[in-house]
Design a protein around this ligand. Structure first.
Ligand SMILES: Nc1nc2c(c(=O)[nH]1)N[C@H]1C(S)=C(S)[C@@H](COP(=O)(O)OP(=O)(O)OC[C@H]3O[C@@H](n4cnc5c(=O)[nH]c(N)nc54)[C@H](O)[C@@H]3O)O[C@H]1N2
Ligand SMILES: Nc1nc2c(c(=O)[nH]1)N[C@H]1C(S)=C(S)[C@@H](COP(=O)(O)OP(=O)(O)OC[C@H]3O[C@@H](n4cnc5c(=O)[nH]c(N)nc54)[C@H](O)[C@@H]3O)O[C@H]1N2
Ligand code: SF4
Ligand SMILES: [Mo]
Length: 755
């Protein structure tokens, strides 16, 4: 195995011994137990029952009572059980050892913890607390993300912590806070069934949030009209009523054009706008610059379609607007999201029956993971680390002095710039694979090699962890319990199915072991996820993301609790142990502790905010030299950086390698046939993949899925431009060119260590 390139290895291993063991009959064997829990992958968080035998997950059964997915699963959920006993599962700690054939050797867990603590302490003594950075992830349970934020601020005393949701949820989060004062989807998905119009902006729903498709289909059966805005005719677009083939990076112009038509035609709700919002006049003035003809010219969407969209949306009595990374992964991602919110607010339908708005959450805990303090500027409960009152409260919960809490840090990409500049010298990462998932990732790889010390906590040796000095074996989702918050804002419970194998440890145990070895155990002596959650309840109390009324028991009893859920009535202060949570936000007459009865939105005056959603030409746009748009995203059978799904045989078989999607007209012009090799080049680099000629994409646009490392990595091409507010990378557009290649590339021989 020693010299196999990573990608071949993934395939070999995916079809390797663990699968043949399964096909020898394990899956049909009777389980000892069924454990009700949730899928480990996307933010839909489908309920599933894992079959367990001999401390191994051997299969699954549907969990038909769980209300969100009623037993349905997508291909990833069906096959997820295959990862647990994979031969690559880290069973010991690893230490870098250039003499070892793989570059790493196994060492005892306790020795690795001591060694990591010594390295961190040494760097902090020499260069101060801020010389260490921490990277977290939104696949972690809320308990772990809370503990990680506390670990960075209280144990390491560093401001530098951020997480991979920076690449995912932050544009939507910033827009929600600006417009509503709270960052959550407004309604349970069941409210979609019976609505009149569903507008899907920049989301490949069928491949990326498959269960949401089912709700949309049910709504369609009851007469809902579906509008899809995407440069590709994605599977959901193939049956939609109105398709808007927007040019990548032009969404804000489309929203402005539609709002202008709504205003011109009186398809807005002046009473709602007057009584319940502020800022409409500025937005209306901006939209006057966007007559339909201009919007059509900039977006590439026919004027007739823009008019149809405005009429369908403007005249409906109930509606849902959903968006995802297609409009958010932009250097004006926050503005794009605000553009959708303006359409929602102008309609006056928010808070009305069968009407809702939301971003479709990406990662397993994309919602909970962005609320409780692993973001660079955030403290638990969506509190602001710059706000003295918020700091005082959290300092009191943590038993530290307010002045000892560090201030705001920087976003995850900026942390790599600081590593490159030598400011951050040590890194602790968990649940993040930046070498594959950050834009312009050859820069990231170079920065990683500049670190004096790097420790990664993962259950697989991911592509970033190759650069580590130490790798600590953490836990798979099924090896621990805890809570996550899924796409609708419903807090749910992950249940433990099996114990960690070998010397692997539950992630929160690893974090606490580090704190102890650093000689700073105070505040890191929790004995269970439940104990962490109990502290989180107190820490989140009074914040916008108030979890104080949620208990593990309530979650089990109600099959999930929608936050905010209060332990005390925000009006009277009386204990409310029976508060069931808040399935719908912003209903007329609803009360929230920020508005205190002044209105239903989470601002002191209770009013929602219109914000001008400015269109800006994307950074690194098309040019004579790079005349095509490159956009990137996902396929149904692979997940994120692929660390997990590239090891699951049937998923690899479904989509073994990345391809470049292009339109037949462009293919003919460039002389590239379907299945032939082609080289895509941007200002950062070039990769050579097979062409996939499809009629479902704009002829001026290429699409490449990003789930692969090394020479197959789409992020060799992407630009590290970021939204100025949210700091999300502009993954969804940059200029590129394409040419036919003579043959397959010779992949660099990246190797996995042998264990
Ligand atoms: N199978 C699978 N499912 C997943 C994931 C996965 O990796 N694999 N990841 C999960 C995560 S973390 C996330 S964030 C979500 C992402 O879910 P989505 O956002 O739905 O997925 P993407 O493929 O990133 O992009 C969505 C769509 O945006 C379109 N698009 C590209 N550029 C533009 C543009 O400029 N404007 C508009 N309007 N559309 C554009 C693309 O053509 C694509 O169809 O999926 C989650 N679910
Ligand atoms: N070009 C391009 N790039 C993109 C995107 C795009 O659309 N285009 N999308 C972006 C988006 S939306 C996202 S969310 C990011 C995701 O990017 P990443 O977060 O880098 O991707 P993951 O594959 O989730 O990497 C997480 C690592 O965490 C590990 N892990 C998972 N669960 C756990 C756990 O419970 N405990 C521990 N210890 N480890 C765990 C996995 O094994 C994996 O190694 O990628 C971004 N990158
Ligand atoms: S839709 Fe998401 S949560 Fe549900 S089975 Fe698929 S990957 Fe898992
Ligand atoms: Mo994401």
């Amino acid at each position: 195995m020693a010299t196999l390139p990573v990608d071949d290895l993934a395939i070999t291993r995916a079809f390797g011994p663990h699968l043949s063991a399964r096909t020898r009959g394990n899956t049909s064997d009777e389980p000892e137990r069924l454990v009700k829990t949730h899928c480990c992958f996307c933010g839909q968080q489908c309920g599933i029952q894992l079959k367990v035998r001999h401390n191994e997950v051997i299969g699954f059964e549907p969990w038909e009572d769980f209300p969100f997915n009623r037993g349905m699963l997508c291909p990833k959920g069906v096959k997820r059980y295959l990862q647990g006993s994979h031969p690559d599962r880290l069973l010991t700690a690893l230490q870098r050892d250039p003499a070892a054939p793989s570059g790493f050797r196994a060492i005892p867990y306790a020795e690795a913890i001591e060694s990591a603590a010594r390295a961190i302490a040494r760097l902090q003594e020499q260069h101060g607390p801020a010389s260490i950075g921490v990277l977290g992830g939104a696949s972690l349970t809320t308990e772990k993300t809370y503990l990680l934020g506390k670990f960075a601020r209280v144990c390491l005393k560093t401001p530098y912590i951020d997480y991979n949701g920076r690449l995912c949820m932050v544009s939507a989060g910033a827009a929600n806070k600006k417009a509503f004062g709270i960052d959550r989807t407004t309604n349970p998905w069941s409210d979609m069934v019976g609505t009149e119009v569903i507008w899907i902006a920049g989301s490949n729903v069928a491949e990326c949030s498959p269960i949401t498709t089912n709700y949309i289909w049910q709504a369609r059966e009851m007469g809902a009209k579906v509008i899809v805005q995407d440069p590709r005719i994605t599977p959901i677009a193939r049956t939609c009523d109105l398709y808007l083939p927007v040019r990548p990076g032009r969404d804000a112009a489309l929203f402005a054009g539609v709002l202008q038509l709504m205003i011109e035609n009186g398809w807005i709700d002046p009473a709602f706008i007057e009584q319940e919002t502020v800022g409409f006049d500025e937005v209306a003035a901006y939209c006057r610059g966007w007559p339909a003809a201009r919007a059509a010219e900039v977006t590439g969407v026919p004027e007739r379609s823009i008019r149809q969209a405005a009429e369908l949306w403007g005249t409906a009595r109930s509606s849902f607007l959903l968006h995802a990374r297609g409009i958010e992964h932009h250097s004006n991602g926050v503005e794009n999201a605000l553009g959708t919110i303006n359409l929602v607010l102008a309609s006056g339908r928010i808070g009305k029956p069968k009407s809702g708005y939301g971003t479709i959450v990406g990662q397993a805990n994309g919602q909970g993971g962005r609320e409780h303090g692993q973001k660079c500027d955030q403290l638990p409960g969506w509190r602001d680390i710059r706000n003295p009152e918020h700091r005082r409260y959290i300092a009191s919960v943590w038993g530290v002095e307010e002045q000892d809490l560090p201030g705001a840090g920087v976003d995850a990409y900026e942390m790599f710039r600081k590593i490159d500049a030598g400011e951050i010298k040590g890194l602790v990462s968990i649940c993040f694979n930046p070498k594959v998932s950050l834009p312009d990732n050859q820069f990231v790889a170079r920065a990683l090699d500049k670190l004096d010390f790097y420790v990664a906590i993962d259950f697989f040796l991911n592509d970033t962890a190759y650069h580590a000095d130490l790798v600590l074996p953490g836990s798979l989702q099924e090896e621990d319990e805890g809570t996550v918050t899924q796409v609708e804002g419903r807090v749910i419970k992950i249940n433990k199915a099996v114990d960690c194998p070998g010397e692997a440890r539950r992630d929160w145990v690893v974090i606490q072991d580090l704190a102890r070895a650093l000689g700073r155990p105070k505040g890191f002596t929790f004995e269970s996820p439940r104990a962490i959650f109990e502290e989180l309840r107190i820490a989140s109390k009074g914040g916008v993301a108030d979890y104080s009324g949620i208990t593990y028991e309530k979650i089990e009893r109600q099959m999930g609790v929608f936050w905010p859920c209060y332990s005390e009535d925000p009006r009277t202060g009386a204990p409310t142990p029976d508060h069931q949570g808040t399935p719908r936000l912003f209903e007329p007459g609803s009360y929230n502790p920020v508005a205190k009865g002044a209105g239903r939105f989470y601002f002191p005056d209770g009013k929602a905010r219109f914000n001008v959603a400015d269109y800006r030409v994307p950074i690194d746009d098309v040019s004579d030299e790079y005349p095509l748009f490159l956009t990137t995203g996902r396929v149904v059978s692979q997940f994120l950086s692929g660390t997990q799904t590239r090891r699951i045989g049937p998923l690899v078989q479904h989509y073994p390698e990345p391809k470049i999607e292009l339109h037949p007209r462009l293919a003919a012009k460039l002389g590239i046939a379907d299945g032939e090799w082609a080289t895509c080049e941007t200002r950062r680099g070039a990769i050579t993949l097979r062409a996939m000629v499809v009629t479902t994409i704009r002829p001026d646009t290429l699409f490449i899925p990003y789930h692969w490392p090394g020479d197959k990595s789409a992020n060799r091409l992407t630009v590290a431009a970021q939204d100025p507010v949210s700091k999300i990378p502009q993954y969804k557009v940059c200029g590129c060119r394409l040419r036919r290649a003579d043959g397959p590339p010779t992949y660099a021989a990246e190797r996995e260590p042998q264990q």
